[in-house]
Design a binder for this molecule. Sequence first.
Ligand SMILES: NC(=O)c1ccc[n+]([C@@H]2O[C@H](COP(=O)([O-])OP(=O)(O)OC[C@H]3O[C@@H](n4cnc5c(N)ncnc54)[C@H](OP(=O)(O)O)[C@@H]3O)[C@@H](O)[C@H]2O)c1
Length: 303
Amino acid sequence: MRVLVGGGTGFVGRNLARLLKSNGHEVTVISRKPGPGRITWVRQKQEIPSKGLPPCDAVINLAGENIMNPLQRWTDKFKKEVTNSRVETNRVLARAIASAEKPPEAWLVVTGISFYAPSETAEYDEDSTGGDFNFFSRLVRACEAAARIPGDSAAAEVTREAVVRSGFVLGREGGAFPSMLLPFRLGLGGPIGSGCQYLPWIHVADLAGIIAHVLESKNVTGILNGVAPSFDTNKDFARALGAALNRPALLPLPAFMVNAVFGSERGEMLLEGVKVLPRRTLESGYRYAFPELGPALRDILSY
Ligand SMILES: NC(=O)c1ccc[n+]([C@@H]2O[C@H](COP(=O)([O-])OP(=O)(O)OC[C@H]3O[C@@H](n4cnc5c(N)ncnc54)[C@H](OP(=O)(O)O)[C@@H]3O)[C@@H](O)[C@H]2O)c1
């Protein structure tokens, strides 16, 4: 397949491109910066891929300003950038697919499990409702709505549409995990806040694996939760990371410090959790390489 990947220069994108190429696919990235094997968004912004959609068999969008960048203050301007970088790139690609002479076979976007309302007791799967209780859940709903191919186009008939709602992605070369390592290595790590909140996580190899599985399975459509099939709390995560590093992990990071660094709206993402089951992902036939937290962490720390 010829696969076009918006935001393919990022953490998930690089892992996905490697996997797709090793499975025999061709990958072209859409980036704000020009480079080999890339096309650029017009005006170095998330407006429209230059010259419309190039001939391709599948389109994936991973573009989005990094939400948890601790150096970036949580201002209205930054929130707008976080929203536009996702909603507009999805909208632009959905429209380009709708007006393509030969629409691609598959169109997939990655959003997040912040769609589901935080709870220590509720259990969510892909059919659960959500998307309407805070900034992040409304952002997911807006991203998924923007990605829908207009129903009156030919593409609506021929292009398979899928959404992967990702949990916290674990890997060494990106996401939030690398910045957590130092305190844990120094024996200063521990649970965040109460530690009782669920932490839906996924090894980056499995997130890339699920995306490739959707592209390669002709009958998979709709929402799939991109989380491991095990329920772990933040406390379980701290304990497993401490064990993998052979260090104590008992020092809790108090809620007020999280809020001081990230602001209370972003802080909620770390201090509150959701229990999410990847029911449709499992039913679709995807086999996880890392279904359990301990082996996933040991694998990531081994390279
Ligand atoms: N990592 C996680 O734990 C996690 C969890 C849940 C959901 N997700 C979602 O999965 C997707 C990929 O995540 P990731 O960790 O790979 O992110 P990432 O490493 O930050 O990469 C995202 C890519 O988006 C592009 N981008 C950034 N700001 C942009 C802007 N203002 N306009 C257009 N493009 C922009 C960048 O590409 P260029 O610089 O080349 O343009 C960047 O390489 C994101 O949408 C993210 O929200 C990630």
